[in-house]
Design a protein around this ligand. Structure first.
Ligand code: SF4
Ligand code: SF4
Length: 486
């Protein structure tokens, strides 16, 4: 029995899992076109290796990673490349992101290099991490940080524990729950492979109490591994936040703006573990994922295995369509607390898409004055004072909100959820973080421009100096020649 430690804050919203919790995973039929973005991860955008008109096979590398933090992209099926260009991102910004459009040939033929691996547990930790990197696997709980970078953390940190995040604390989402129930052995295998790559002795697989069948399935699949413990968590939002999860399991706080690796733990998600199993056992890159399609405004809620690049409209159609007209519903990528509103049904499913939530459009509740009830302070899992931070942001004083801990805010939305005055606190914080990030970008650009200008001036000066020295030298030589001839 693992002792659980107290953590501060958190809320208990209705989990709304009933819409899709009983829906077994189904494969979504092939769409007419796939739009595969080159940036589905945190880090540098992948560089395309194909061009319009190329014929590709399923699983073929179509864009390679660039730099240390990046991830490659693979063809989700066989077909023809229709083009590479800007396409709306799976994000509320509606910004265009460089995307490869692929027309499936309906043959679904695997590339020749996709071959099963005999005994991946016999591979070295470095080889496991390298195969995870080659498969383009990223954190599939939504964070999208390249998984191999995290698997290599043992090189810089003293690690002892791998924590698997099976909390799935976001209301409505059930994709991880279904994966744990239906593919427990594959998930456990992926976890064991990650533990080997990380060189850790201890595995804690944390699952909230509202998923009893998943707890049972994982415990059965892992029963022969003494170092593998399934931990039953209370149902509380946002326990899926990795720093809070680790704190509840280990009783230690991650330092501000540090990593859980600072206290010896690395956290990976259930879907990521499944993808690692597929990559290491079958040799398959990350080209599909399980997505929960749910909410009161979709006709049939489902859990679907979806190819990366499938337009959201195709999922909606397969689930019987919307219960209302498109302008009367709200589309969210992810869950209601931390998900991103979507501006169009044409955006594609990406590696980090765990859910498509379709809500009825609600009239905006009027924001009222703060009554200083401190409910937001009690709900905040990070020990912040949301009312004070929001007041500073409203006054345009971002620096003061940073002093109060804005950068430690995980945008979980717990404060806004409990606020009786309907103050959209998390929107203030997201706005402020966006402003700070753009200020930083401008500052960085100015510094870079200054650096380039200084380098240019130094180059010109050096050239001038070299030219003058050459002229002097030439003059000296001419004088010497003249003196010699006299
Ligand atoms: S919960 Fe809302 S009303 Fe209460 S103190 Fe916080 S911001 Fe003010
Ligand atoms: S959104 Fe930020 S301030 Fe609000 S409860 Fe979550 S961590 Fe605290």
């Amino acid at each position: 029995m693992i002792k659980l430690f107290n953590i501060r804050g958190g809320i208990h919203p209705d989990d709304h899992k009933r819409f899709s919790a009983q829906q077994a995973i189904e494969s979504l039929p092939m769409p007419l076109l796939l739009h595969v973005p080159l940036q589905q991860h945190i880090g540098a955008i992948a560089e395309p290796l194909v061009q319009r008109g190329d014929q590709v096979k399923k699983g073929q590398l179509i864009a390679r990673h660039q730099g240390m933090v990046s991830a490659p992209v693979h063809a989700p099926t066989s077909g023809r490349i229709m083009g590479i260009g800007g396409y709306p991102a799976n994000h509320s910004s509606g910004l265009l992101v460089r995307t490869i459009t692929l027309k499936p040939d309906d043959e679904d033929t695997w590339a020749d290099n996709i071959q099963p691996i005999d005994d991946p547990l016999a591979l070295s930790p470095e080889d496991i991490a390298s195969k995870v990197a080659q498969a383009g696997i990223v954190g599939m709980g939504g964070a999208t940080f390249p998984a191999a970078v995290k698997l290599n953390l043992h090189k810089r940190y003293d690690l002892h524990t791998l924590v698997i995040n099976g909390a799935e604390c976001e209301p409505y989402l059930t994709c991880d729950d279904r994966l744990m129930q239906e593919h427990a052995e594959a998930v456990v295998d992926g976890v064991l492979l990650m533990a080997k790559a990380l060189k850790v002795e201890k595995i804690l697989f944390a699952i909230e109490n509202n998923k009893p069948q998943a707890q049972k399935s994982i415990a059965e699949a892992a029963h022969s591994h003494a170092h593998f413990k399934v931990v039953a968590l209370p149902t509380r939002y946002p326990l899926g936040s990795e720093k809070h999860l680790v704190q509840m399991l280990m009783g230690k706080e991650t330092p501000a703006r540090g990593l859980t690796a600072d206290i010896g733990a690395v956290v990976h998600n259930v879907s990521t573990a499944y993808a690692v199993h597929e990559a290491l056992r079958e040799g398959k890159p990350l080209i599909s994922r399980v997505v929960t399609v749910t909410g009161p405004a979709i006709k049939e809620a489902r859990n679907l295995r979806v190819l990366i690049g499938t337009p959201v409209s195709h999922l909606i159609q397969f689930c019987g369509g919307l219960t209302k007209k498109e302008d009367a519903v709200q589309l969210i990528s992810g869950g209601p607390m931390m998900g991103q509103p979507l501006s169009s049904t044409q955006v594609p499913i990406v590696k980090g898409s765990n859910g498509l939530l379709v809500l009825n459009q609600q009239p905006q509740k009027a924001e009222q004055a703060c009554i200083r009830c401190a409910s937001c302070v009690r709900a905040c899992p990070c020990g912040l004072t949301p009312l004070e931070m929001a007041a500073h942001i409203r006054r345009g004083s971002l620096d003061n909100s940073v002093k109060l801990g804005l950068l430690d805010c995980i945008s979980c939305g717990s404060c806004a959820y409990v606020c009786p005055a309907n103050i959209p606190l998390v929107q203030y914080f997201n706005y402020a973080k966006g402003e700070l990030a753009s200020r930083q970008r401008v500052q960085h650009k100015q510094q870079e421009t200054k650096r380039l200008a200084e380098a240019r001036t130094a180059r010109i000066e050096a050239l001038k100096k070299a030219r003058q020295e050459k002229m002097l030298q030439r003059k000296k030589e001419m004088q010497q020649q003249k003196q010699a001839s006299e």
